[in-house]
Design a protein around this ligand. Sequence first.
Ligand code: DON
Length: 310
Amino acid sequence: MGVSPRFASVLDRIAAEIAAVPDRDRGRPADYIPALAEADPGRFGMAVAELDGTVYGVGDWRRPFSAQSITKVFTLALVLSRDGEALWERVGREPSGNPFNSLVQLEYENGIPRNPFINAGALVTTDRLQALTGGDASGALRDFLRAESGNPGLDFDEKVAASEAAHGDRNAALAHFMASYGNITNPVPELLEQYFRQCSLEASCADLALAAGFLARHGIRADGSTLLTRSQAKQINAVMLTCGTYDAAGDFAHRVGLPGKSGVGGGIIAVVPGHCTLCVWSPGLDRRGNSVAGVAALDRFTTLTGLSVF
Ligand code: DON
């Protein structure tokens, strides 16, 4: 008989509380990309990955979903690991206070996006990863997630990628606009294809909690090798805390008190540095694009366990 995982009863309690929330209070799946609109808002999963790679969860914690903007964390980590500080000359690290796909600040700020987690900043980060990997940024990302999660089947959802591309005018506008300032180096159509493929990665709560483990291990990968310096891991966690949930980052920090990164597929990863990583998924979103049940579940987790960065 194994020992019961340390947060198993907390997860059971949270899942029971979420199950009692009526459908009308769970938000709505993203509808601006038709392939995402089909998600069932009744789904809920939550996983905890311990530092040693033990992972457990409740509900739909092993069901793959569209990782979307959660992938922006991993793209940033891959760029920092290969390229050190250079990225910060092209992307800032301040909260934007604007929606994730906003264009308005870019002209005032000469084509330099506020941070790597809004779409504009993620496009610049992907542009850099594309150059660093000889043109296969999305492949590098997929391979990294496969290695860290131990799931060799983790892959893109081609239907979602095609849907993103067909409804990608705003991302195309962001990329072309930044190219006009010289802040995009690859041809924009190639960059957009890579960006949309990244967003379409399908992964489960278990996969993403495990893949984010290096952020709780101060930069150390699942196999014990070093991805990031301790300082770089701190930097990513800090930017997640201040910018990871867009114009709701202040509210998220207030409620949850952990570095977190959301995606419009309804997933959120969160990091308790030195302790564990979490991933929660429920497709119903609030008006800022964050999972309603996901934020509520993380809020309850830190309240019930007393774990936060504060
Ligand atoms: O760029 C987009 O429109 C999406 N594919 C990704 C956006 C996303 O997940 C933003 N987050 N909450």
